[in-house]
Design a protein around this ligand. Sequence first.
Ligand code: SF4
Length: 951
Amino acid sequence: MENSSVTDFKRPGGQLSSCPPVEKWDDWVEYDPDAWPRRVARHYQLIPTICFNCESACGLLAYVDKETGDVARFEGNPMHPASRGRLCAKGPAVLHQIHDPDRLLYPMKRKGPRGSGQWERTSWNEVLETFGARIRKAIQEGRGEEVMYHVGRPGYDFIMERTLQAWGIDGHNSHTNICSASARLGYVLWHHADRPSPDHANARFILLLSAHLESGHYFNPHAQRIIDGKMAGAKIAVMDPRLSNTASMADYWMPTYPGTEAAVLLAMAKVILDENRFDAAFLKNWTNWEELEVDGFKAQGQSFEALIEALKRHYARYTPEFAEKESGIKAQTIVKIAREIADAGSRFASHLWRGSASGNLGGWQSVRALMLLHVLTGSVGTRGGHNLNAWNKFVPRPFTVPPPQKRWNELLYPPEWPLSTHEMSFLLPHLLKEGRGRLEAYFTRVFNPVWTYPDGFSWIEVLRDEKLVGLHAALTPTWSETAWYADYVLPTGYSSERHDLMSQETHASKWIGFRQPVLRVFQEKQGKKVDYTYEANPGEVWEEDEFWINLSWAIDPDGSMGIRQWFESPYRPGKKITVDEYYGWIFENSVPGLPATAQKEGLTPLGYMRKYGAFEVTTDVFRLNEKPVAAADLAGSSVAPNSVITQKGKPVGVMVEGKAMVGYNTPSRKLELFSTTLADWKWPEFALPEYYCSHVHRSAQAASLGRQPDDFDPKYMPVVDWPKDAHGEVYTLLPIFRLPTLIHTRSGNAKLLYEIAHKNPLWVNPVDAEKIGSVRTGDLLKVHTEIGFFVLHAWVTEGLAPGVVACSNHLGRWRVNKEDRIERFTSAWVDLKEVGKGQWRMRQITGVEPYESPDPDTRRVWWTDAGVHQDITFPVHPDPISGMHCWHQVVRVERAGPDDHYGDIFVDTNLAHAVYRKWKALTRPAPGPHNLRRPLWFPRVARPADAAYYL
Ligand code: SF4
């Protein structure tokens, strides 16, 4: 059949276009490529949604075939302000996730012992009744802390915090402390906002302590803007021990020795200070310099010039030569880059999120040091500079917000880590083993700690113990190593199968995106009534909003507990709220500008979001600290000696040059050069940005071999005790770099992504390859950690600094039964045994093999490697201040022996618990001032009432 109305990809001027124009989205016609050479036209409904495969929240456009009613492909949504129609490889791969023949489609209930892998199908109603009753009883008996929701990838904003607060419990747990807690602490201490939002596109100099052109936080939106900046003439410098694709595109690559980044950054700060290249007005007006106390100098009452001299004296120790000795980066390179940063001035942008922060003990100091460069150059809040996530992220309020819970859960925030930015989630097995609590109802949600966390065998030991974990539901779109130890496995939707609001600080703008279940929207457009999303989704895949609404009603069926009221319709009193009502109310009432914009098109606000999938709220996002204090906040206010304006005891702004401005949400309402919080909470030695020696510092390596160099201080750093059979050269292992095409557990059923990447060999510099023993690429190496070992292939490469070895994230999935449908093109079939108490051994029986399924591609699987699971051999390393798990490892590397096989793993969880206790001993526990558990001004997810902060 020929069809002359098929639309071509041409704009009116004859230029090619990458996407169909919006006015044709209701009926986009194109030829069916499978029918070639015949011209067979197919009609598509194009529906926007949001990618769920990483935190960037890029806009997808689903092509729903109007004849089959199924999704044919995903492309980028050109109307999305952040991703602008572009995606990384993981965006289009959503198609393979939703069509994976092994995917989980029905709720499953365990029928044998936990972990035995015996399941039967159950109903969602049974799940709601079971959990509703258990949670109701726990709350009524005052055991609300035994109910815990533990999230891996959220992909929503606020709705779960609201749900848990409606239940009145302190039960929100997250993955953040194995991800970004360290960087967050560095940013919080400076300006309360816990994430950076660099304006790369307008920068003159971009310093990346990350791999943002290929992976990392918001990498697709950021990569676009880094390249925009580069095309406009910006210089790029990358600090990374590994020659990443990002480093290969940079003007300067600085392969710092891991953990020494702060030394280099402080040396740059020293250059800028010594050469008087700093922005004195910014430093004077917008930092709390008058509170600084260091080396016997007290700034209060002193001149600003005296402060500068004190800073110069203090930072004199961080010479470029000292930084070269620590990091391996040449002193003259450090000086040159410092001068270029000074030249860029207010248009200096940077990014640091994981890398040096997440890898190292004290890694948060690298953020403190990086921010010092921004403060010195006056590049905070500027076009082309560093901005705050809170200025670029928009989280609207729903129709009602429950009051904060009155309780404090010490399984989430134990007193030893009062400054931890998020929950100490990775310590949960150890806290449970120590008898510090138990769980009655535990929800893991898109969360696979057995595999993505350190010390996964300790997780298995706890999850299989019914005395410690009463009832466990894994809410997940895929099978996972953790779901294996659940009582219920509940299938939830991918990117195109659920509703969520998303907003991220991707660039100089505030926008909101709407994830929506595209098959539901399609059916509604076809005139079909759909009451619940699961009616349109494949199998019985529920969307979680509907699950939590129904569960809340199941907990409080008659409303007597005060829970149900929060889940009743704002439009139909007393009736259960629908998702259309929840989001419709927000779009009508909480998104400035959206109702008027929608009205211009003759749409409701909800209709507008369903049509376009995103809305830009504002681009007025610079220097928001300089906004004048609102008149209502000034009424009856007073000004303290430090210029902070308070109203009824609450800070509302700060006086700067005679003007009342809102400032930052810090105690001083300014950028905290000197952290009074660190000083007050028992860490005065780090109140200024300093260099904190990492646990992988060469002195720590020497100490692990029985030597005690001068720069090793056991007060700050634990000594590694090697298991008795650990041999070989000592190295620092970098285990946290991402592969651009994979994303933890979630990409596990995207077949083409694993065809592209399915190996994680150990990167070894040629110098070290010789030292270990004439190692060649492909040779088997045995890597010993403090608690066990893993065996994998070597990749000999000059793309890594000597003295360091590296192994990527995302690979090494495993399944214990050959025929288990745990992502078979991703996982190895393994023999897993507990050979003694706490002693776990894993051996791969087969790697990946082709198999029969309704998808013919599974017979064409040609790769055999599933990678090797390294994280499970790492003990927990809780930073005593940020609470971050410090990922880098001191390891010993040797050639594998005759009995070692590829993929072999051994771990002793007794040793793991001993390492946990050793790191815990570094802490300086609460209470802080006024008997507080935690500073009142620190952010907290699902924040309890202030009274709960006091011990
Ligand atoms: S960067 Fe890739 S995986 Fe992440 S949201 Fe965008 S398209 Fe999806």
